[in-house]
Design a protein around this ligand. Structure first.
Ligand code: ZN
Length: 226
């Protein structure tokens, strides 16, 4: 990537001016999806060339807590649908729980139980069910989708352009429905066992399928302005 040219922040759409490194408005290359979504053991053994997008330090830091929340609160679904990778993620969660702010997040998640999240996400049957804050989860899914759209179109997509987010953990059903589309445009990624996506353009819309940890899928629909 050319570091001399002026970057556009993929999160706020404003130009990133040259600033000192610690300035909140300084350039910060943000991982799409977040780096910690790739388990540490995999990052250590594989030489992953993760996708990055330009942002203001302040803009991407505003998502940090929600990203941590996403990762911890959806872990039970990884453990259920993909136990092998779930083990690696669990190791990371354990390691991260030694950090200060994390136990509070886990406490909060574990202390509330329900079947449907506030944002309307239905959790799989038979899984320990917690009152997930769907709004926070959707905010992270939308951020990742906007990052993918930015990187593939080189255009800014604002949050309001994300018009729909659906969550699927019934993979067989999902993959059956999308089979013809996915044959044309397969799910792919830098390390697709942790994250893969597929991207379709249809009239004024873009459809993104984002497959996390081989365990669940977010379908995101964005309105295109082009
Ligand atoms: Zn920004």
């Amino acid at each position: 990537m050319n570091t001399n040219k002026h970057h556009l922040c993929y999160l706020c759409g404003q130009t990133i001016e040259p600033k000192l490194r610690n300035d909140p408005m300084a350039l910060s290359m943000d991982h799409v999806p977040p780096r910690q979504f790739y388990p540490k053991q995999i990052r250590r053994t594989e030489n992953l060339n993760l996708n990055i997008a330009p942002s203001h330090k302040r803009c991407n830091e505003a998502y940090k807590n929600d990203e941590e929340y996403f990762y911890h609160s959806l872990y039970p679904i990884i453990a259920k649908n993909n136990p092998q990778l779930g083990n690696l993620v669990a190791q990371d969660i354990q390691r991260r729980s030694l950090k200060q702010q994390t136990p509070a997040i886990i406490q909060r998640i574990l202390s509330t139980k329900s079947t449907v999240t506030k944002g309307g996400i239905h959790l799989p049957n038979g899984l320990s069910q917690f009152a997930l804050d769907g709004k926070r989860i959707e905010r992270v899914a939308a951020k990742i989708a906007r990052g993918i759209l930015f990187l593939s179109t080189e255009r800014y997509f604002e949050e309001q352009q994300i018009i729909r987010i659906d969550f699927y953990d019934d993979l067989n059903n999902f993959l059956k429905t999308y089979k013809p589309a996915l044959q044309l445009n397969p799910l792919a990624g830098v390390y697709s066992r942790a994250f893969a996506h597929s991207h379709f353009s249809y009239k004024d819309f873009r459809l993104l399928l984002m497959f996390f940890w081989g365990a669940f899928i977010f379908q995101v629909i964005a309105k295109d302005t082009k």
